[in-house]
Design a protein around this ligand. Sequence first.
Ligand SMILES: NC(=O)C1=CN([C@@H]2O[C@H](COP(=O)(O)OP(=O)(O)OC[C@H]3O[C@@H](n4cnc5c(N)ncnc54)[C@H](O)[C@@H]3O)[C@@H](O)[C@H]2O)C=CC1
Ligand SMILES: O=C(O)C(=O)COP(=O)(O)O
Length: 525
Amino acid sequence: MPKVLISDKLSEQAVEIFRARGIDTDFRPGLPAEELLSVIGEYDGLAVRSATKVTAEVLARASNLKVVGRAGIGVDNVDTKAATEHGVVVMNTPFGNAVTTAEHAIAMMFALARQIPQADTSTQAGKWEKSKFMGVELTGKTLGLVGCGNIGSIVADRARGLRMRVLAYDPYLSEQRAIELGVRKVDLEELFAEADIITLHTPLTDSTRGIINAEALATMKKGVRIVNCARGGLVVEEDLRAALDSGHVAGAAFDVFVTEPATENVLFGHPNVVCTPHLGAATSEAQEKVALQIAEQMSDYLLTGAVSNAINVPSVTAEEAPILRPYMRLAELMGSFCGQLTRSAIRSIQIELEGHAAELNADPIKAAAITGVLRSQVDSVNMVNAPTMAHQRGIDISVTRHDREPDYQTLLRVTVTTGTRTREVVGTLIGGDKPRLVGVQGIGVEADFAPRMLYVRNYDKPGFIGALGSMLGEAGVNIATFHLGRRESGGEAIALVEVDQRVDDAVLASVKALPQVVRVDSLSF
Ligand SMILES: NC(=O)C1=CN([C@@H]2O[C@H](COP(=O)(O)OP(=O)(O)OC[C@H]3O[C@@H](n4cnc5c(N)ncnc54)[C@H](O)[C@@H]3O)[C@@H](O)[C@H]2O)C=CC1
Ligand SMILES: O=C(O)C(=O)COP(=O)(O)O
């Protein structure tokens, strides 16, 4: 039974779902980092929000871990690169808290426009400072969205409902989508120059870190207000403080900070600053949604292999998973066949799909084929890290779908090329799910992928089968099945021999010494 650890404050619904699906679940919100390090080795899955830091060190200790699930959107607390290298899937819930976070951004905008937190404090202190809190109307004002993905789009929709004019800077936003959203796509300079209020909705990346700094602030309208409910670090906090102090920026509302938990911060204490402690996603509706979604997604992956909303592997739907599984098995076996024959640096791996296979989601099949090829070189390779490992080794990967009619209903071909050789195997599924080899090096030969096999390249000359049979017999090796194929009579041929015992090197050497034999390899599957 798989075992999952929940180390952050998720809705208890997650625990119920995991347990209902037969997953042993430990709910330990607020687990200290040192304890996480000492227990993580026991778990197949780890469910987190933003508090747990899933570092390279945690992942290095996570010998059984298969999946990290983020009940929320941002995965900057997970070292996704290290997770990929360790073969761990990282998944999030990209939509579950988007509306709630967009609403928080709108609430922050109102809080700034009408100084609600400050007015509340003053009123409850018995001051009745009616003339102190003169606000601004939002209707007719220009809102500048930096980032117009899921949350930015919802903010745009709500802002249009408030009769605001909305500009968006997002290099990945298409003109068509901008028209649908009723926003004007602009460059950053124009947004800074025109916006009365700027709200940030991008992830924190190398291109967005410090996107609002002193230089940017200087190009903004005097009296601009800034809202950040995305990530600390998008705004250089010291530069913003200086612009608030000088009066150039009229107000700032921040939910996220460079250092969290933010118990002290340069923005704190300014009269025109409103802060919340990373509450963007904190509504009961959003928390239920993300907990439920992540528990379902992680359970699906651990129990069926279905992958949804993963950051580092292609998606496989619950419907696809049972169909793809035998193909992934076949692709891995075929890759392994080629990999076991390859002893030099691989330049390329080509995966071809024909017949029914050509209609499938090729990414998982590709990942499985690469896994098979690399397995004989690297122990730790799996479906998650195989494409990265291939890339790191400079291996060129290609996938081709053919729409020609194959001799079999469904066919995969894996071709591995090194500096000097090309190895090609063709395989199919018999009865819908049983892997079967149907060709090697362009020669038709049918065989199962047996646990122990000899792969012999020979010339189709009399005497070979008898000689091979007696050599194996004398060595006490029983032949279970024997499959032959040849290019033409008397020409290049292949023998795939399933054996019941291990064939030692001395016997292999004497088989190789037979006059008809070109090469012989012992393979295992
Ligand atoms: N405060 C909170 O509690 C919450 C914060 N968030 C954060 O909100 C942010 C946005 O989330 P979503 O809208 O769901 O993400 P998303 O991925 O749907 O949208 C992000 C958008 O940013 C754009 N983008 C990327 N690089 C950019 C750049 N250099 N300049 C301008 N735009 C750029 C992308 O094209 C994309 O459209 C994330 O950082 C997420 O972690 C999300 C949920 C809750
Ligand atoms: O989903 C996100 O990206 C968030 O920032 C929400 O964070 P939280 O789950 O509230 O710690």
